[in-house]
Design a protein around this ligand. Structure first.
Ligand code: AHG
Ligand code: MN
Ligand code: MN
Length: 334
């Protein structure tokens, strides 16, 4: 029987077979991520019907009000990975500290996750996401997940995101191309829909919360002035697109080209987005698709995390626009 499509699980296994040294453990983790994504897609889709809108009345560790769906998403992702016995610990936006799952020999991985990205969109049927980065632990037998993830020991092996939009799309990379899978709800399977995504070198859109632009570095205001100033040769003005969900805005830039930025501002002197579970995984994806990710001053992959919930400024997307933004920051001109 021909199914006419490549399922996520088959794709993961075929990737694994390209690496004779692979143990199958990373594949097992990616399969579980797909499983968690299906549960989340189902629950997000019916949240309005089953009382899952609104707040739980708590703040998460980085000070944001927690939504019921934030808690559900965190529990779902943690449970899916805990079942494998392959994960030593999880760093999550919704958990104060590293959640230690196992210190046994086969628990060689660490997961960093924003289980539900764009939570302000939950109650208005807006786009949401899940971001994940999977790291392999170093060789030390000591089980100190926090030191490993903050030090140089842990190596990023895979990353990706799930976008819950008009369809549910899972994008992942293990460092050999970036691939996207759309959930066929009737089959209950993610099917390959975006093979080997390449981020266009240039785009036509920018995404940023301009309400905060007055508080930005003056050179960033010059960058936005430049983007919005008409010029036929350099195809300006750019168009503004901002959904309130990093995953959705980044996905647009990844597929069509463009730039997303969340710089430092008065309320967020170090930027708003979190290095380990928002910026670093998306930087891994975008770079493997040919794009660029930086703080505006330094590549995201070169930033050494000092704490698990550390924030950094983020400029991410097409290499041309990200480099242009960096030049503006450094010199005030293109
Ligand atoms: P989260 O819902 O995980 O806290 O992330 C929200 C992030 C990001 O997804 C989005 O682009 C940005 O915060 C929106 O922030 P503003 O409302 O300040 O624009
Ligand atoms: Mn987020
Ligand atoms: Mn979140």
């Amino acid at each position: 029987m021909s199914t006419g499509g490549v399922t996520l699980n088959r794709h993961i296994l075929e990737e694994e077979q390209r690496h004779p040294e692979a143990t199958g453990h990373l594949s097992a983790l990616l399969v579980q991520l797909g499983f968690a994504a299906k549960i989340l897609a189902r629950e997000i889709g019916r949240a309005a019907l089953v009382g899952k809108f609104g707040l739980v009345g708590e703040k998460n560790p980085t000070g944001d009000s927690q939504k019921k769906l934030d808690v559900f998403a965190n529990d779902t992702v943690v449970e899916a990975f805990a079942q494998t016995g392959l994960v030593a610990g999880i760093v999550s936006e919704e958990l104060d500290e590293v959640k230690i799952l196992s210190c046994e020999g086969k628990a060689r991985y660490i997961l960093c996750t924003d289980p539900l990205d764009g939570s302000s969109n939950t109650d208005i049927n807006g786009a949401l996401g899940t971001i994940f980065g999977i790291y392999r632990r170093g060789t030390s037998d000591r089980c100190d997940v926090q030191s490993e993830i903050l030090g140089q020991d842990a190596q990023q092996m895979a990353a990706g995101y799930v976008m819950y939009g008009t369809s549910t799309l899972l994008v992942y990379t293990c460092g050999h191309g970036v691939h996207g899978f759309t959930l066929d709800r009737e089959l209950g399977e993610f099917l390959l829909s975006h093979d080997n995504i390449r981020c266009p070198r240039r785009g036509r859109t920018y995404s940023a919360n301009l309400a905060r632009a007055r508080e930005w570095h003056p050179n960033l205001q010059r960058f936005i002035d430049y983007l919005t100033h008409g010029n036929e040769v350099t195809k300006r003005p750019y168009s503004l697109r901002y959904t309130g969900a990093l995953v959705a805005d980044l996905h647009r830039s990844l597929v069509e080209g463009g730039v997303y930025l969340y710089p430092a501002d008065g309320g967020h002197p170090e930027g708003k987005l979190r290095l380990l579970y928002e910026c670093a995984p998306l930087a891994f994806v975008v770079e493997h698709a040919g794009g660029r990710a930086s703080t505006g001053w330094q590549l995201i992959r070169d930033v050494q995390a000092k704490s698990i919930h550390q924030r950094v400024p983020l400029v991410i997307g097409s290499s041309h626009e990200v480099a242009l933004c960096e030049r503006f920051l450094a010199t005030g001109q293109p």
